[in-house]
Write a protein that binds this ligand. Structure first.
Ligand code: FAD
Length: 427
């Protein structure tokens, strides 16, 4: 049996592991899925993960769960059975198992808090007997016919896992701030202090960033006593995410995506995903006259009279300096964080595959239908980099069922190829 190692036990890992479990139960070929997780299943949705205090609510509907959209395309003749079997791990099955389904419906299907979403993921993990390795992936090197993954456990002990394919998930670290300054908080410091009700009293606060991470931080800050709260982002205004059927359908069903030109795809992502606030967050900010938007990129940070002075740069305008007594760096994850895991030999292979030094642009353009980097012998699945090439829903929670189909179908195709090669060499 092939082994797929997933870095991080978030929704993507659970979606792929659940689908693989279902396929095997139905007697269909699927890899062994090993998930390596540094904190806990659903760790980034818990306060300890450093991206939330766990109390804020999911932006998307929880019905976009590990099987959504329940429209499997894995293999003709089996898709209906696969969809049926996946429903056992749905959000509604979780509520039924906990006796809260009717209440959730009667309360108008509210979005769950992040820590409840983590509980759902943990329940899926338990239900499928998830093969979980608790530890942090520290390095990845190329092996003869796959990857060698180095894992450090909580005590720092190192072990190696040999696998055929690797899938990377998650946004990377949240503990880095724009600069080391006691009044400039990384997003993990912010949530740690907010969770302990220990945010420093401030009159002028600023949140740098205009996306989901900033949205959650603002949703929290407006509950505290601040005179003003500025949102700093390079765009002309704070955009609300387009959430109508027309936009959402491109996320749930990426089949139309390949028919769009690159500029059209970038336009959809700009309007609906990157650097936009959900309608719910935007509504709570609109009603608060302390919240203002400042346009610009932060290019300098300095101490000024007990405050932090941020220099904001905009094309065609002179730099502006604004000072604050609390700054939260909510610029979000680093899309290429995982490259630090690869040793020099593996990095050479990745560079050969994309045809040059590893830039976000090159990697995004090299993601194939199976959500893996094209041109590598051993599969490296990078769904977080797949928005532009394959569909805007793959990096988030919008089509986890489709994501798992694509990853696992490629494994099937790979095995078909290996089997055909074996047959022809035996002849
Ligand atoms: C505050 C916030 C709210 C969001 N809300 C939504 C939403 O409502 N809807 C939506 O679609 N998207 C939302 N997103 C985007 C969200 O990040 C993705 O949709 C989704 O969580 C990504 O799932 P994932 O499986 O890739 O990773 P994650 O859920 O981020 O899981 C990654 C896991 O990897 C682990 N990990 C990290 N490094 C290592 C390592 N070296 N070794 C081992 N394990 C490691 C982490 O501990 C973590 O558990 C939100 C993001 C943020 C920051």
């Amino acid at each position: 049996m092939e082994t797929l190692l997933v870095v991080g036990a978030g929704p993507k890992a659970l979606a792929v592991a659940a689908k693989s479990h279902v396929l095997r139960k139905l007697g269909l070929p699927a890899p062994r899925v090993i998930v390596v997780e540094a904190h806990a299943v659903g760790g980034n949705w818990l306060p300890s993960g450093g991206w939330t205090d766990g109390q804020h609510r999911l932006g998307t509907s929880p019905e976009k769960d590990v099987g959504f959209p329940y429209h499997s395309t894995w293999a003709r003749g089996h898709n209906r059975e696969i969809d049926e079997a996946m429903r056992a791990f749905s959000w509604s099955a979780f509520l039924v198992a906990h006796g809260t389904y009717a209440e959730w419906i009667d309360r108008g299907r509210p979005s769950p808090q992040h820590h409840v979403w983590a509980k759902y993921l943990q329940w899926v993990g338990r239900s499928i007997d998830l093969e979980l390795v608790l530890g942090s992936v520290k390095g990845i090197s190329a092996a003869a016919d796959g990857w060698l993954v180095q894992v450090a456990d909580a005590d720092g002990g190192l072990s190696e896992i040999d696998c055929d394919a690797v899938m990377i998930t998650g946004p990377g670290r949240s503990d880095r701030a724009l600069t080391a300054h006691p009044k400039v908080l990384s997003i993990s410091e912010f949530w740690d202090l907010a969770g302990r009700r220990a945010l420093p009293p401030s009159s002028r606060a600023a949140v740098v960033g205009g996306g989901e991470t900033a949205g959650s931080a603002l949703d929290e800050l407006i509950r505290h006593e601040m005179l003003t709260i500025s949102v700093i982002s390079p765009k002309a205004t704070l955009y609300t995410r387009g959430e109508s059927y027309f936009e959402n359908s491109l996320y749930s069903d990426p089949t139309k995506w390949s028919a769009l030109g690159m500029e059209e795809r970038r336009d959809v992502i700009r309007r609906t995903d990157r650097g936009v606030f959900s309608v719910r967050v935007q509504e709570s900010l609109l009603g608060d006259n302390r919240v203002h938007h400042l346009q610009g990129r932060v290019v300098n940070i300095a101490d000024r009279d007990d405050r932090v002075a941020l220099t904001l740069r905009n094309d065609m305008r002179a730099d502006q300096v604004h000072s604050f007594d609390l700054v939260v760096d909510a610029t979000g994850g680093q899309p290429l964080w995982f490259l630090d895991l690869f040793d020099s030999g593996a990095t050479d292979l990745l560079e050969l595959a994309v045809g040059g030094p590893l830039t976000q642009d090159r990697i995004e353009n090299a993601i194939g239908y199976d959500l893996a980097l094209s041109g590598l012998n051993a599969k490296l699945y990078l769904p977080n980099m797949a928005a532009l090439a394959q569909g805007p829903g793959f990096p988030n929670l919008s089509c986890l069922g489709e994501l798992s189909d694509r990853v696992l179908r490629s494994d099937l195709a790979q095995r078909g190829r290996v089997a055909r090669e074996r047959v022809s060499s035996a002849r």
